[in-house]
Design a protein around this ligand. Sequence first.
Ligand SMILES: Cc1cc2nc3c(=O)[nH]c(=O)nc-3n(C[C@H](O)[C@H](O)[C@H](O)COP(=O)(O)OP(=O)(O)OC[C@H]3O[C@@H](n4cnc5c(N)ncnc54)[C@H](O)[C@@H]3O)c2cc1C
Length: 384
Amino acid sequence: MDFGYSEEQLLTRQTARDFCEREVVPYAAEWDAQERFPTDAARKMGQLGMLGGVIPEQYGGAGMSYQTYAVLLEELARYDQVIGALASFPSGLMGAGILLYGTQEQRQRYLVPLARGEVFAGTGSTEPRSGTDVAGMTTTCYRDGDSYVINGAKMWISMLDEASFFLTFAMLDRSKGRRGICAFIVDKHAPGLRVAPVKNKVGYRAISTGELVLDGVRVPADNRVGEEGQGFNVVMCAVENGRLGVAARAVGVTQACLDASVKYAQERIVFEQPIGRYQLIQSKITDMVVNVEAARLITHKLAWLKDQGAVRARRESSIAKMFATDVLMRSATDACQIHGAYSCSPEYAVGRYFRDAKFFQIVEGTNEIHRVLIAETTLGYRSG
Ligand SMILES: Cc1cc2nc3c(=O)[nH]c(=O)nc-3n(C[C@H](O)[C@H](O)[C@H](O)COP(=O)(O)OP(=O)(O)OC[C@H]3O[C@@H](n4cnc5c(N)ncnc54)[C@H](O)[C@@H]3O)c2cc1C
């Protein structure tokens, strides 16, 4: 086993660090407070090849190994998890769906500019009444000549305002259950498509998230991704990429919680000595140190498995996603406790880490579902 970083990974980490100190640190709190998308930073990330992730170079991507990708996301998220999220989207469901199931024409038209950071896009799977149960969607589609007509609504969709197009899903034949679902690329300006962002969110504030309404939206048949009935496979084809991305970002934010807590514990004087001298504070620091290390190793093991060509790594991706995000939630809570009242001041970033942490436990499969999946694969009730 090799626990070290390669030259390429060290360089990637340093590039991310330099970029964030220059382009992210001065603005991250402002983006969060004003719910403002980091347009300039995102554009520069595209130019630096930071958005291309694991997408092959021939499709505009950076062709990174999964391990290098995890190093990049962790480092970006250490400074701002939204910046980390931006770097993860093209390699997640959106990019992988088009890469694996899209036609050459779809890859050239949509994946190449997405991976280069020339455009942004969103993925609409969750609905107002079905999140975890993806196949329980009520959005429908029917074929009409050379196009499909989609009716329904998606909810909690990220990049609503910024996206040029959406990868979304609709039920063509309910009698077939999950085999009746189709995937489509829908242009943002298609007649009948409306977006309604949720304002003043608790976390993930710099990225707009909300409702995507599809009211008789006509989509050319050429924009169907995969065959009729393959929509559920498209949703599931990149779950490990998504979970790896969330886990790596969670490790980055946990490291940020630890860094901030160490600094504050050394500086804050109470009863005439730094609070870091008190064992109850030390205990929280120790938990963060041990947990971030464990989360990092589990996450890198998943990335390593993907680099070995593992087609599926369901169990490992659930372990990494669940563990790293639970660790983040606990660490963010402790970091706030260490900061006392100052944790609710915008001057300190730990309040933002705490608000974002909760949603890490919810996105890319809730931690309850991962708990179920890990138990069921271990008990032999489903394959890993
Ligand atoms: C900031 C943010 C950004 C998001 N971005 C996107 C996006 O870009 N695209 C997208 O499609 N979605 C997105 N989502 C939605 C997210 O994927 C869903 O919220 C998530 O899948 C959970 O679905 P739900 O909220 O409907 O919860 P539900 O499925 O209604 O679950 C509610 C609760 O019940 C629990 N539960 C459900 N089933 C079981 C079970 N079998 N056993 C035990 N417990 C269970 C869940 O764990 C949860 O605690 C985003 C969400 C947030 C908060």
